[in-house]
Design a protein around this ligand. Structure first.
Ligand code: UDP
Length: 399
């Protein structure tokens, strides 16, 4: 178990003192986080680190996951896509089922904590229970809802407005029509976790050997759930264009999330597009942070060619490992990458291919981008900054 005090060597003593001082002011308060999956995706990644650290700081923090069946998660996946702006056919019955499952969860969860921190759309309906307790409710929205499908957004808006405040990951995600405090807090990575800690050459080699991957030739990698919005087919197309000029291999690696039933379908389409090409490695992974860590560290260039994105934690994870990153200019990615300074931002398959070719041809330039990227993540996207902002948010409920 990582101890919060171990971060002193990365962020300095004063940061730790500040965290303890803020936490002290919240002593005795209970904080309950609720989301819809315990593994897979950025939200579970952050909560699995954040909640133990809040506890170590002396707070009474907890994390629960709502329960739903396959039908519920198919509906919430469509809702997720629609809120991201993709056209989806969501029926009145779908929304009624969504409400029903939320109500079932109300009966099974303790929602009486002083601060209820509800993550993303899936459990948003728990707010109905608020009337029974005089507690504070915050909705933490991890996705970009600024171009949401209107009817679905309006359905959710009636819930959002019942919260005391909502938190978005980037300034560009705030919405003028929401008449409640909108707080902007970007996510973070945990530099000492298995996902991000330093690894030895032997540890990296072992993982590459396990998957039959060749470390002696350049490797381009995207780590993502198999999701249309991560554009894995676009990644393969860009790779195929770039490799006409530079020898390189492609790894597309990812697992599933229990609240994402679309994964297998996307995975099968990706396999079809890869067409048994021996240089394209499609890895359907179990949840294993050390494997992800090693795959990124052994790669030459990291891609994140998303069509829509919440924050895009994978970008900071790669930059922290001092890897050059080429990523789409969507969601929170431009917060993490300044074009041609701390990475490359692209807008198309052709653009991605163009910069792949450029970085593969110019390793010194790629190295400089990666170096700047790591510095930027160190200054802005480590978990200690995130903890500080959450503590200040919780405190703002009382002062
Ligand atoms: N991730 C993982 N295993 C996988 C695919 C992704 O652990 O097979 C992690 C990834 O390292 C990152 C998170 O899941 O920590 C994905 O977060 P991001 O914000 O990039 O995207 P999301 O999946 O939340 O849309």
């Amino acid at each position: 178990m990582i101890n919060i005090n171990d971060y002193e060597k990365i962020v300095g003593k004063n940061t730790l003192i500040e965290l303890y001082t803020l936490a002290e002011k919240l002593k005795g308060k209970t904080i309950q986080n609720i989301n819809s999956t315990s593994v897979g995706g950025g939200v579970a990644e952050i909560l699995s680190k954040m909640v133990p650290f809040l506890k170590q700081l002396g707070l009474n923090a907890d994390w629960n996951v709502i329960k739903g069946d396959g039908k519920f998660f198919e509906i919430t996946k469509k809702i997720h896509n629609a809120l991201h702006g993709r056209k989806e056919n969501i029926t009145k019955e779908d929304l009624e089922y969504f409400v029903e499952i939320n109500r079932n969860n109300i009966s099974n969860l303790d929602l009486s904590s002083d601060i209820m921190f509800i993550h993303d759309p899936q459990p948003i309906g728990l707010i109905e229970k608020r009337k029974d307790y005089n507690n504070n409710w915050i909705w933490r929205c991890h996705i970009d809802i600024t171009s949401a499908q209107e009817d679905i957004y309006n359905f959710f808006k009636t819930y959002i407005l019942q919260y005391d405040s909502c938190v978005f990951s980037a300034p560009s995600f705030s919405r003028k029509d929401l008449n409640l405090p909108q707080i902007l807090i970007s996510p973070s990575i945990d530099p000492l976790s298995d996902k991000n800690k330093e690894l030895t050459e032997q540890e990296i080699t072992k993982i590459f050997e396990k998957y039959g991957l060749d470390l002696s030739r350049p490797i381009v990698t995207q780590i993502s759930r198999f999701d249309y919005l991560k554009d894995p087919i676009g990644v393969i197309k860009a790779y195929k264009m770039a490799r006409k000029y530079n020898d390189c291999q492609l790894i597309l690696a990812g697992g599933g999330a229990t609240d994402d039933p679309e994964g297998i379908k996307v995975y099968e389409e990706v396999l079809k597009e890869a067409n048994d090409d021996s240089d394209i490695h499609i890895l359907l992974l179990p949840q294993d942070d050390l494997t992800i860590n090693a795959l990124v560290r052994g790669s030459t260039i990291i891609l994140q060619k998303s069509i829509k994105e919440g924050f895009g934690l994978t970008v900071s994870e790669a930059l922290w490992k001092e890897k050059p990153v080429i990523a789409s200019a969507v969601g929170g990615i431009p917060l993490q990458i300044t074009h041609k300074y701390s990475g490359i931002l692209t807008y198309s398959i052709e653009g991605t291919a163009y910069y792949l070719k450029q970085l593969l041809n110019d390793p010194e330039y790629a190295k400089q981008l990666a170096k700047n990227g790591k510095e930027h993540v160190k200054n802005n996207f480590l978990i200690t900054r995130h903890l500080r902002e959450y503590l200040l948010l919780f405190l703002s409920m009382y002062y």
